[in-house]
Design a binder for this molecule. Structure first.
Ligand code: SF4
Length: 447
């Protein structure tokens, strides 16, 4: 039996793709092993969003060469966003073409490039063994391909792929292409099946879930309609969605959240900057005022909502004043969590050719300032929860998630089996919060 190993970088969409690839390979008779077992096939499911993610793949040269020495049958397949860039190589005169040519030169140990979504490519590779060129880019059946999941209680369900927004810093519209929604029936059936199989946390996934469009019985449906329908499925589960674009987060969606039965009050709403001039240069199509109004409405209508965000520091031309606006905005908004990124120039994007890039040490200084500000906000927010009773979904020994998806450690739970007690993975337990810090919560099982 042939063996395989998959390495994955990047966003939840990439992890969902990995689960599909795993399903296709296991159905084709392959067995998954660790890298140390010198697999016959290594799949690199890559990310291009930041240079650092690409550097990690480029740094695998030595490991891949020794694999091929140890197992002469071993082949390396590149997929994900870097693969997308390689198959587009030479398509245009753009910076991107130059960049992808240099990428290709630095990956001579890659045997095959399979674009994202090319189920046929994987099947050709399995049935006819390795072919020394890309197997084409047909997306046949891929969108509804089952996923071989590694987590038995948490599942991501892709509802759309690609993006039409062209934020000026983002490579996604170029690597994942234009937005395509998956059908209502396929999504609904998949969630129903997951609930029956006792998955406890189901996340609807897309680059911009809010612009999902579908239809049922001749009626057109929007994302709030989809979320409301999925929320009506009976069972013991929590429902979440990722990621939202503030310009598409409609009042109807706020209503669905407010009335939800299973919908977690966790909302990830990336603002990216607290400066209107930077937001305009990023092509985000909203202002801080729009964002603040939306957040106020959410907080009013959905009690206990945990509003989290993404921030990029060091966008080209970001002045000290613009950066300070972002810091004040963060203080004002009191986010539950910030996914903080340093601006990373991506060839092929509009921002790549913007003047006035910020020196690396200055970007790092700004990153540390935001990190410190947010850390004290989170400490304050989490400490305020001490003494409260929360329901917890157990995700591991002695650890779990509250309904708003805050991480919590259960006291004594780490010693499960040695006198400690918390709850089985996948169970819901009642907990009293005993401690809150910037990193999360601690609690005790309620008696
Ligand atoms: S909305 Fe903007 S940041 Fe998000 S994937 Fe689309 S282009 Fe990228």
């Amino acid at each position: 039996m042939q063996t395989f190993h998959i390495k994955t970088w990047g966003c939840q969409m990439n992890y969902a793709d990995t689960e599909k690839i795993r399903y296709i390979l296991c159905s084709g008779g392959y067995r998954e092993v660790s890298f140390r077992e010198n697999p016959d096939l290594v799949i690199l499911n890559t990310c291009s969003v930041r240079q650092r993610a690409e550097d990690k793949v480029l740094g695998l040269s030595h490991a891949m060469r020794s694999l091929k020495n140890n197992n002469p049958r071993a082949r390396v397949v590149l997929t994900g966003c870097m693969a997308q860039r390689l198959v587009r190589n030479g398509c245009n005169e753009h910076e991107d073409a130059k960049y992808t040519r240099s990428l290709a030169r630095r990956l001579p140990w890659v045997d095959l490039v399979i674009p994202i979504g090319d189920r046929t490519g994987w099947e050709v590779m399995i049935n006819e063994s390795i072919v020394p060129e890309s197997a084409g880019d047909a997306q046949v059946l891929y969108d509804n391909c089952p996923q071989e999941r590694s987590d038995r209680i948490r599942a991501n369900v892709p509802i759309s792929k690609g993006c039409n927004n062209f934020c000026t810093y983002c490579i996604v519209p170029f690597t994942r292409g234009r937005e395509v929604s998956r059908s209502y029936t396929a999504i609904f059936n998949e969630v129903t099946d997951l609930v029956l199989r006792q998955y406890r946390l189901i996340t609807l996934l897309g680059q911009n879930v809010n612009s999902w469009r579908g239809g049922k019985d001749g009626c057109s449906l929007s994302f709030p309609d989809l979320l409301r329908a999925v929320d009506q499925i009976d069972g013991l589960y929590w429902l979440s969605f990722l990621t939202s674009h503030p310009k598409d987060f409609s009042p109807e969606l706020v209503d669905v959240l407010a009335d939800g039965r299973h919908i977690s009050p966790y909302v990830n709403l990336p603002v990216q900057s607290g400066s209107d001039t930077v937001l305009a240069r990023m092509n985000r199509k909203y202002t801080t005022r729009d964002y603040r109004k939306l957040a106020e409405n959410l907080r009013k209508r959905v009690p206990g909502v945990r509003l989290c965000t993404d921030i990029i520091v060091g966008f080209p031309g970001e002045t000290e004043m613009e950066f300070n606006e972002t810091v004040s905005f963060i203080k004002k908004m009191q986010f539950g969590m910030i996914y903080l990124a340093k601006y990373s120039p991506r060839p092929g994007t509009a921002a790549f050719s913007l003047p006035d890039s910020i020196p690396e040490e200055e970007i790092e200084r700004r990153r540390r300032i935001v990190e410190d500000v947010q850390s004290s906000i989170m400490k304050k927010r989490n400490s305020a929860r001490v003494g409260s009773a929360v329901q917890v979904l157990m995700t591991g020994h002695g650890r779990g998630l509250t309904f708003d998806l805050t991480e919590i450690t259960i006291e004594g739970g780490e010693d499960e089996g040695k006198g400690g007690h918390s709850g089985e993975v996948g169970s819901f337990i009642n907990v009293v919060v005993t401690e809150g810090s910037a990193g999360g919560l601690r609690g005790m099982v309620a008696v």
